[in-house]
Design a protein around this ligand. Structure first.
Ligand SMILES: NC(=O)c1ccc[n+]([C@@H]2O[C@H](COP(=O)([O-])OP(=O)(O)OC[C@H]3O[C@@H](n4cnc5c(N)ncnc54)[C@H](OP(=O)(O)O)[C@@H]3O)[C@@H](O)[C@H]2O)c1
Length: 260
């Protein structure tokens, strides 16, 4: 598949580097473009060809992946009616993506810079014109980036833009509070920082790759009736859920106006 990526910053660059590093032998180079002319951010990366402009990058591409700031996409002047257009931009609806690019086969996805490590979560939704063959190509595109799901409701893309688009995203704030609390209880700052980072690393492995789900872990720890049960019961009595719900609602509202 001839792939073009427009936008080579934090997200587009991460995706481009991962796809270039994992592409099949003999696959065509990935054409990329940002705002400036080459050499750009991905100069010299094997498997990547920098084009002079976004329009030059998408010329002849079968898949066009858009990763520019949401407010910039309309001004790109892209016209790619025959391509499968995939957006990973926050807050740009499917209908608008079609109008901007002239494409009927359009996919709105969310992803994260963790794609570079193969650790992103990529939910996506497609227009009715996307074919089974396209879905196979999308599977090949998304699989190297991490886990992916086709979803049936476009509103879920805004939800996951808040929840899984940024990494570490809202979990960074939880880690920051835990580090501050450890310091307030006498842990030296570098010890508190190392301890909480290690907690998140281990928790990511256990929760992300293990057989038990989050609710199973919580139940098991409460049933164990040790110190963690006391902590969890205190946490469940506190207003954690409304605080997280408010955070998600705020991000979803922002997705509604970020593209201008
Ligand atoms: N970063 C994240 O964690 C994250 C997560 C989920 C979704 N997203 C989405 O990904 C998109 C890109 O975000 P980012 O964080 O990667 O941004 P970024 O690091 O600022 O990179 C933006 C890229 O877009 C290019 N660009 C900007 N304006 C352009 C224009 N008018 N014409 C052509 N290229 C232009 C830039 O070109 P230059 O290289 O020439 O500057 C750069 O390559 C956004 O829509 C965002 O909502 C980001």
């Amino acid at each position: 598949m001839r792939l073009a990526i427009v936008g080579t910053g934090m997200l587009g660059g991460a995706i481009a580097r991962r796809l270039a590093a994992t592409r099949a032998p003999g696959a065509p180079d990935i054409a990329v473009a940002g705002r400036g002319r080459p050499p750009g951010r991905l100069a010299g990366v094997p498997g990547i060809r920098e084009a002079a402009t976004p329009r030059a990058a998408v010329a002849g591409a079968e898949i066009v992946l858009l990763a520019v700031p949401p407010a910039e996409v309309a001004a790109l002047g892209l016209d790619c009616p025959g391509a499968l257009v995939v957006s990973v931009m926050a807050g740009v609806p499917l209908a608008r993506l079609g109008a901007i690019t002239g494409a009927a086969r359009v996919v709105r996805a969310m992803c994260s810079p963790a794609a570079e490590q193969g650790l992103a979560y990529t939910p996506w939704i497609a227009t009715e014109f996307v074919t089974d063959e396209d879905r196979a190509a999308l599977n090949d595109l998304f699989a190297p980036l991490g886990a992916a799901d086709e979803v049936g409701d476009e509103a879920l893309i805004d939800l996951f833009t808040a929840l899984t688009g940024p990494v570490p995203g809202i979990l960074a704030e939880i880690a920051r509070v835990l580090i501050a609390e450890a310091e307030a209880r006498g842990a030296p700052p570098e010890v508190a920082d190392r301890a909480v980072r290690q907690l998140f690393l281990a928790s990511g492995e256990v929760l992300g790759r293990g057989a038990l789900g989050a609710a199973d872990h919580v139940r098991a720890m409460i049933d164990y009736a040790g110190t963690t049960a006391a902590a969890l019961e205190s946490l469940q009595a506190a207003p954690l859920r409304p605080a997280l719900a408010g955070a998600l609602d705020a991000a979803i509202r922002r997705a509604g106006n970020i593209a201008g």
